[in-house]
Design a protein around this ligand. Structure first.
Ligand code: CAO
Length: 245
């Protein structure tokens, strides 16, 4: 690689030097390694969450007094577990002890989620998400997100993930290309849902569409498998009864 450009910025205008927070210093090195070393590809897709959103709003009304607030992220955790169980190579890591010649498939489903904090990005983990309901997951998401903002996450809170979700849904945007959180082999990026006209065979009807961006490690996963994963995830989000099949 050629050297990084060296520029005397002060020559062009006033500047201020600001030290990076500790979290950014640590995560920067990890992000750099993961971005450079993983042959990553991203597939974008949309899921129809019209009925799921109506159910979510109804649930929140029912549980108004309990203080539990269900966001789309809790359903996404459950939907991802279903897709990871259907496509186990997404819930795996390369066995680096053998130089990456084997895959270690994990029979547990721990879902990390990116949480934005004033000091930088952290990834707390919902452990054994397959064994928890949406209300339980919602409570844990809120607790872990609060701990993250207060800088109180323990190393145990942030370890053991088998797959990560990065949701920018509360903020905005259409699609983005998340960086895989090694040694995981895939990550799901989620943006803000919006109403769009969808053709139902006879007419355009308004449907609430959720943009999904799945980044995957091409050493482990192929494009066809990624497209199947997204299609299945979309089916689950459109109709959660499909997890029973
Ligand atoms: N589409 C539309 N609205 C959405 C949505 C989506 N996909 N996802 C969440 N929302 C809404 C929520 O319903 C909530 O609405 P109300 O305030 O009206 O109830 C609002 O957006 C805020 O949600 P939230 O962000 O508080 O909750 P969450 O469960 O969606 O996310 C957390 C929690 C911790 C993941 C989030 O706060 C956060 O930090 N996100 C940023 C992650 C990030 O930085 N990723 C990038 C990593 S790469 O640098």
């Amino acid at each position: 690689l050629i050297p990084w450009p060296k520029v005397d910025f002060a020559k062009f205008g006033p500047i201020e030097r600001r030290e990076l927070p500790r979290i950014k210093k640590i995560s920067g090195a990890n992000l750099m390694r993961n971005a450079v070393m993983i042959p990553a590809v991203t597939n974008h897709d949309d899921a129809d969450i019209t009925e799921l959103e109506a159910f979510r709003l109804q649930l929140n009304k029912e549980h108004e007094k309990s203080g539990v607030k269900v966001t789309m992220l809790a359903f996404l955790v459950k939907a991802c577990v279903a897709a990871l169980q259907r496509f186990p190579e997404f819930n795996a890591s390369l066995d680096m002890d053998s130089g990456g010649e084997a895959l270690i498939l994990k029979r547990y489903w721990n879902i990390g989620f990116a949480a934005d904090t004033p000091n930088g990005l952290v990834v707390p983990v919902i452990k054994n998400a397959d064994q928890k309901g949406v209300l339980h997951i919602s409570r844990e998401l809120a607790e872990l997100a609060a701990k993250a903002r207060e800088g109180k996450l323990s190393p145990a809170d942030m370890s053991g993930a088998t797959f990560t979700i990065s949701s920018l849904g509360g903020i905005g945007g259409r699609y983005f290309t998340p960086i895989i959180n090694a040694p995981e082999v895939a990550i799901l990026g989620v943006c803000k849902s919006r109403w769009e006209p969808q053709w139902d065979g006879q007419q355009f009807v308004p449907r609430l569409m959720l943009p999904l961006s799945l980044t995957w490690d091409h050493r482990v996963i192929d494009g066809a498998a990624a497209a199947r994963f997204n299609a299945y995830l979309g089916q689950i989000l459109a109709d959660f009864r499909r997890v029973l099949l």
